[in-house]
Design a protein around this ligand. Structure first.
Ligand SMILES: Cc1cc2nc3c(=O)[nH]c(=O)nc-3n(C[C@H](O)[C@H](O)[C@H](O)COP(=O)(O)OP(=O)(O)OC[C@H]3O[C@@H](n4cnc5c(N)ncnc54)[C@H](O)[C@@H]3O)c2cc1C
Length: 260
């Protein structure tokens, strides 16, 4: 049976949640549909947890400036504390109940599932069909995607999601993409002492190792020309932090040649 409402909002990330909540508060009959987590990328894999990571990494860097300026300081970085804060304080173990309740508290109706526009003014979610009298809002955001690098599909790699979810740091990390997100991750992991393939690593893997690739590309469709943004303005910053920026050659192939 078709349920009539005023507006269907597809995607309840920060954008969709705001629109849906305001329309509901204005008295419209609003259905908000979310496939994954209400709040979208920002609170679970984007702005919020990465800023926690940056805050922690900044503290490490700042403590490193004590000698010569203020005395002595010894710092032992511990990623487990960052991971715990992200899990418990930022994402509630990736539970969106609070956010869903926030929306329904404004008078909206929340439906979990993947929405499809099946006719003009009609949205289907599994076997439910909604007729939207006033409009459909598409707020589906973006998702990480992998650029077309030969061999990449054959190796495990991270996108921003795994880079935020990780409870343990990899032995080394190569970051493809020097935009804001890539540089943020590079600096954070370098400050925790692990990012650069040439930095000190624990022993235990006797093979030669390839750095684990992590992608910061976030477009839905594969980029066509040069897929990797050059690192403009920031090479000196990341070099002094222990990273090795490569700005001249796009990543062209990925192979697995050791353990991580
Ligand atoms: C690593 C990282 C760091 C960032 N840091 C910052 C920062 O510091 N400051 C800042 O302002 N921004 C930051 N951003 C950007 C910010 O996360 C995005 O701008 C924001 O998430 C966009 O919100 P949105 O609602 O448009 O989309 P999204 O957050 O992508 O939400 C869209 C939602 O739609 C859902 N969806 C998609 N298709 C369907 C469908 N068919 N049916 C149902 N649901 C569907 C998805 O599951 C998703 O939850 C960062 C992003 C990343 C990746």
């Amino acid at each position: 049976m078709r349920e009539q409402v005023d507006v269907v909002v597809i995607g309840m990330g920060v954008g969709g949640e705001e629109v849906a909540g305001r329309l509901a508060q204005a008295g419209l009959a609003v259905v908000g549909v979310e496939d994954r987590l209400v709040g979208g990328e920002c609170p679970y894999w984007g702005c919020v947890p990465t800023k926690m990571m940056i805050r922690a990494a900044d503290l490490i860097a700042e403590a490193g400036r004590v000698p010569g300026l203020a005395g002595e300081a010894t710092v032992r970085p511990d990623w487990a504390q960052v991971a715990r804060r992200i899990r418990e304080e930022a994402t509630d173990s990736r539970n969106d109940q609070v956010a869903a309740d926030r929306f329904t508290g404004k008078g909206g109706r929340f439906v979990r599932g993947r929405a499809t526009i099946t006719a003009p003014g009609e949205v289907s979610v599994a076997d439910r069909v909604f007729g939207a009298r006033r409009g459909i809002v598409i707020a589906t955001g973006a998702a990480p995607t992998a650029p077309p690098i030969p061999g990449l599909a054959d190796v495990p790699y991270w996108t921003n999601r795994e880079a935020v979810e990780t409870e343990q740091l990899p032995r080394s990390l190569a970051i493809i993409g020097g935009g804001a997100v890539g540089v943020e991750f590079a600096q954070v992991y370098a400050r925790f002492g692990w990012a650069s393939p040439s930095s000190k690593r624990p022993t235990g893997c006797s093979h030669s190792r390839s750095p684990k690739p992590a992608l910061s590309s976030r477009t839905r469709s594969p980029p066509t020309a040069s897929p990797f943004a050059p690192v403009r303005g920031s090479p000196r910053c990341v070099t002094t932090e222990g990273c090795s920026p490569s700005t001249s050659t796009p990543a062209s192939r990925s192979t697995r040649s050791g353990c991580w």
